[in-house]
Design a protein around this ligand. Structure first.
Ligand code: NAD
Length: 379
């Protein structure tokens, strides 16, 4: 069995899908690992590190021609377009494919008979936690979003009592407290801000308190905040309007706002309207982690900083890539665990669709779409 690790081609992508430590551990199976030259260089891993771990270094064409399993971070968009003419039906492609928003990627693979595992589809069950790249990347995004806000803010986060007077701590509000939001709460707290947080899921309340932040209590009734699979459900326009009204006063008191509310495969809900930004303090900062799916703030522009009446709104994309070494370490370990599930001790690949993790993540196999969640989207 040969596993091929490809270099990412997007200019903005510094992560790599496996790091040398993953290679060392995977090599205990009867497999060979082929690494595209300089695949890990932006994440801090040079070819020699991979060779020392037991991998061999090749050009892209050799890997695409010989590898049985091909792994990369982004198996979508232009990168997938480039790969599709070079893959064959015996190969398995593993990477992020954004299948719920872009089912055409999985359909492309099915149409050419290539098997595809979309990492976004890892189910939220205990056994799959170690394979969950979305959670890994969200952890990094939540942490980095706070640092980005701290860097751009005209105020410091902690209270300081100095000979030149007392500085009040910054007030931070985190909206959407999933994995990224919880990490943002913890990071803002560690930096010394006074942190409040809000989520529609009642279960988030305890988690907010557990990291030392204060839950924002809104008198809003809502049911069905979470799907069976643990994902947030889309709320009605009426609910979002009532939420915006109830939040306006809370927002006006903040220096820093981090928004993370996302609905898989859907446009992000608007939590902050232009009018709400109008009422915010001069110098306050919004970092919108949902920018890639439209943004939680009406004024967000992807990969831009918008200045509106003294408020800066930052809409970063692929923020995990800015911490490429640790992001790759987490990403690689998630893939290593997935490969351990797919390969037996002798390195033989079995795609057992009776296994929930395989069934949910296998978006394309033998010309068919397998993943039930994706099949539902395509109905
Ligand atoms: P996410 O990225 O899908 O969304 C971020 C948060 O935004 C969610 O908490 C969601 O409830 C919230 N949100 C959505 N609409 C909102 C609105 N209108 N107003 C305010 N908040 C809104 O979330 P996530 O990181 O995937 O985490 C969601 C939950 O799933 C968390 O409790 C997390 O711990 C859990 N989780 C479990 C597993 C597992 O069991 N393996 C893995 C990942 C996440």
């Amino acid at each position: 069995m040969k596993i091929g690790l490809l270099k990412e081609h997007h200019f903005d992508e510094k992560r790599v899908a496996l790091i040398p430590a993953n290679v060392t551990r995977l090599m205990k199976k009867n497999i060979a690992i082929m690494v595209e030259s300089s695949a890990g260089v932006h994440a801090g891993f040079i070819d020699k590190d991979y060779q020392d771990a037991g991998a061999s270094i090749h050009d892209r064409q050799t890997i695409l021609a010989q590898a049985d399993i091909i792994v990369l971070v982004n198996a979508k968009g232009a990168q997938l377009d480039e790969l599709k003419s070079q893959l064959n039906e015996k190969q398995l492609l593993i990477g992020m494919m954004d299948p719920l928003a872009h089912p055409e990627h999985a359909q492309t693979l099915a149409s050419i008979g290539v098997s595809g595992i979309a990492l976004e589809m890892v189910p939220r069950i205990t056994r799959a936690q170690s394979m969950d790249v979305l959670s890994s990347m969200a952890t990094i995004a939540g942490y980095k979003a706070v640092l980005l806000a701290a860097y751009r803010a005209p105020r410091l986060f902690p209270m300081m009592m100095t000979a030149a007077g007392t500085l009040k701590p910054s007030r931070a509000l985190i909206m959407g407290v999933g994995v990224a939001g919880l990490q943002a709460c913890a990071t803002a707290k560690r930096l010394g801000a006074v942190v409040e947080a809000y989520d529609i899921r009642p279960a988030a309340r305890e988690q907010i308190i557990s990291v030392g932040a204060k839950p924002v209590e809104l008198d809003l009734e809502t049911e069905n905040t979470e799907t069976k699979g643990g994902y947030a459900t889309e709320q009605s326009d009426d609910f979002l309007k009532r939420q915006q009204q109830a939040m306006a006063n809370v927002l006006a008191q903040q220096d820093i706002i981090i928004t993370t509310a996302a609905i898989p495969g859907r446009t992000a809900p608007i939590l902050i309207t232009k009018e709400m930004v109008d009422s915010m303090k001069n110098g306050s900062i919004i970092v919108d982690l949902a920018a890639e799916t439209g943004g939680n703030c009406e004024l967000t522009e992807l990969n831009k900083e918008v200045l509106h009446k003294g408020v800066t709104i930052i809409g970063p994309s692929n923020i995990a890539s800015t911490a490429a070494t640790h992001a790759s370490q987490m990403f690689g370990t998630n893939i290593e665990h997935l490969l351990n599930l797919l390969l037996d001790k002798e390195g033989v690949l079995t795609l057992d669709i009776e296994d929930e993790i395989v069934r949910d993540t296998l978006v394309a196999h033998q010309g068919e779409i397998i993943s039930p969640r994706l099949r539902d989207v395509l109905k």
